[in-house]
Design a protein. Structure first.
Length: 206
């Protein structure tokens, strides 16, 4: 059977079996394990540079691997459905991205305050503006502001390496042998889990 045929079978089976709000998706991790994404990471220890009239924020360019939660559940696991990225090893590079003058001014003020998530959002607005070299004559600036939040890691705009053919086949086998039966069992267990989760959340809130 060709890879194209496998994809069609998986698609049809997905609509037929996984029509509920909860399903297993370990097959995605099997496929993603065969490739990496070029991404970036910023931490509270920020590097800020200025060249001419432009400020640049320094980040670490990394090779990342994408991970999916084993179970996607919009009812009981609302906060744990999004995929995330982790460093996959390999070489890291210093990368630089232009930021607005207003953001740079906040970073250099003693009474300044900024969240890493806010900086990430600004950097993601122009994903093609990364460079691994600063313009000639650049200088470093001192970050005096309070920087809060956990480190932020995300994939860039570069196209990832395609999933390998063996990983597609293994992913298909995982889907059939693990995810489909696992989804059926998980959904069958929801009526029994619901009261336990409800009381746990109720007692936790109290």
């Amino acid at each position: 059977m060709t890879i194209s045929g496998i994809k069609h079978i998986l698609l049809i089976t997905s609509f037929a079996i996984l029509s509920s709000c909860a399903y297993m998706q370990t097959n995605k991790n099997v496929r993603e394990n065969s490739r990496t994404h070029t991404g970036y990471q910023i931490t509270s220890t920020l590097g800020l540079h200025k060249a001419g009239g432009t400020y640049y924020l320094e980040a670490e360019q990394q090779q990342l691997r994408k991970h999916y939660p084993a179970i996607y559940d919009t009812a009981f696991l609302k906060q744990h459905n999004k995929p995330w990225f982790e460093q996959a090893g390999g070489e890291t590079l210093s990368s630089y991205h232009p930021i607005s003058n207003s953001t740079a001014e906040i970073l250099q003020r003693k009474d300044g305050y900024i969240e890493l998530s806010t900086l990430k959002a600004e950097l993601e607005e122009n994903p093609d503006s990364w460079t691994t070299t600063l313009p000639a004559g650049s200088r470093s600036c001192i970050v005096k502001a309070e920087v809060k939040g956990e480190s932020e890691t995300w994939a860039g705009n570069e196209q990832p390496v395609p999933v390998s053919s063996p990983a597609l086949i293994l992913g298909a086998a995982d889907f059939v042998c693990v995810d489909i039966p696992g989804t059926i069992l998980y959904n069958a267990a929801i009526p029994f889990m619901a009261p336990i989760i409800f009381f746990y959340e109720f007692l936790t809130e109290e």
